[in-house]
Design a protein around this ligand. Sequence first.
Ligand SMILES: [Fe+2]
Length: 248
Amino acid sequence: MVLKIAQITDTHLFADRNTAMRGLVTWDSLGDVVTEVITWKPDVLLLTGDLTHRGEPQAYQHLIERIAPLNLPTYYIPGNHDDVDILNREFKDSPFLADKVVQGQGWQVLLLDSTLETAESGEGYFSEAQLQALEQSLTACSQPTVVVLHHHPIPMGLDWLDTIGLQNSQEFLNCLTGFPQVKLVLFGHVHLEFDQEHHGIHFCGTPSTCKQVLREGASEEEAYPGFRGLSLFEDGTYQTEVIRSHPG
Ligand SMILES: [Fe+2]
């Protein structure tokens, strides 16, 4: 038995559906990605921040309309571009769940809000209270665990991007150490696919549903919008893949 989770991130929708971000109309590219998500047949949808570009209520309503065909229990966390109050207000009804823990097939998925109200350029941070709560959750439950946040907690190797990651990532990583049930850390924010093992934990960055950040020498494929599929099996193993939408 398997729990299939689709992670959609950094949709950057605007109040006006025709608005483009760096040349791409984000409403259109999200529609293409949702078509791919439907084909993948997930059980649960995870939205991991920067769901709108400027936090307008209409932009959240556009997102609701876009994901409606999926008809899935939907969990969410904010990103630095979101307005947390407006987000929580617009997402208060079905298919959204306010819970920040997803349970299934013997796994737990913990969703953490890494946004910082006083951020100057989109960087993230965990308060002492948040880190203590995380430690308590991990102490209380030894099931295989996925931790999900918006910001990247390890460097991507791109200078400008690494200045706006999780500012106290070392404290976060220290918190995870000693909890071998933590198999995977999932994040958005970076607009690129990232896949690296670090101290026995698998760190996965997921492409945006719109414009990607391209490293030097990136392939044409890496520029396409996408999402991440995560399959959690009841024997404690998992598989993950990035699926992209292609023009035409
Ligand atoms: Fe972001």
